[in-house]
Design a protein around this ligand. Sequence first.
Ligand SMILES: *Cc1c(COP(=O)(O)O)cnc(C)c1O
Length: 423
Amino acid sequence: MEPLSRDLLPVSAVVGADGRLSVGGIDVADLAKKIGTPAFVYDEAELRDRCREAVSAWGDGVAYAAKAFLCRAMASLAHEEGMCIDVSTGGEMHVALAGGVPPDRLVLHGNNKSEGELATALEAGVGRIVVDSFDEIDRLERLASVGTCPSVLARITPGVEAHTHEYVATGIDDSKFGFSLATGAAHSAVNRLSKSTVLRLVGIHAHIGSQIFRVDSFTHEVEVLAEFFTALGLPELNIGGGLGVAYVEGEKAPSIAEWAATVKEACDRLGIPRDVRVTAEPGRSIAARAGISLYQVGTIKEIPGIRTYVSVDGGMSDNPRPVLYGSGYEAFLPRAATADRPRPARIVGKHCESGDVIVREALLDDPKPGDVIVTPATGAYGYAMASNYNGVPRPPVIFCAEGDARVVVRRESFEDLTARDAP
Ligand SMILES: *Cc1c(COP(=O)(O)O)cnc(C)c1O
């Protein structure tokens, strides 16, 4: 019933006396008219603030996990604000480099890096390669023997798995990622890496999950890793990403600063030397809250005694998270951002699937065909996971700052949809 909580909006979001929402000094409903819908709109200051918070909390070396949201503008922004960039494929590496990120500020991840991806990384001189398997050690040793000596971290599977509100100790680890601590693979891997004459082992890495609200999950991760790590006497410990963000009313996520403070305290308590670079790689917590999605309402269908369906001009092609994970979102009308929202509705997309839901149980003011609807906190894993399903062109990405709206990725066109087809 209540108007939308401000906690779900970008920090710079302002609701004027007339009830209209603006982000980065741009009236959102007007912007939708100008650039069309659907669209991803980011508060650029929010992105920058989160990057700065991460650098100030973790120190130099903290990396933005590009898979949450990447385009050239985002890569440059994160780099300008002092973050390294985490990439997990040759494609992400290409975009980050094209965004002007110096190769030594890149961290390369992936459980199945190809020979080509590794060769490109070595040639470019990426700062860190996070080694994930014995096969990869073979490949790297073969490739590196003819060139420079890359700095590598060993990815360890700590046997801790965290989900939104809890973590589980998984014992023997059933994972495609990393070297298991429990099976002894971790010991063998660091043994091999530390003896390598062509690879420079600088630290260990672990990642326990995503959308994690409890910082004690990370404390537990450090507890599991501490003895193993300390015995190696290495200079870097990367605890991965995964800090959660609020998507719906009532959720409360720790800040990046609280996350870092908790982890660093645990490191101190567990005797990890002070001069070790303890770092992390947040993705979602940098990008999610800065972004909102704009849609236009097309059809409204009231099924008596059942529910009201509000159909918008996007859907699972620009936000597959509700389909993939059953994720919840909020929605509101940016022309009346402080209005009560008395009407329950299901907001659905335009795809040929009954499961094409954006918000399963939305509360809205009084939506009419033609209205613009906003879903907040869609800055991470939305654009990044977008597809052309049903031939729907992918939305543009707009950065708003100080009254200026900058198109950083244009809308896909129908011509784009056939551009790669053989003539
Ligand atoms: C996905 C991922 C991240 C980022 O996770 P977020 O939940 O977006 O913070 C960081 N590191 C690794 C290795 C990942 O796979």
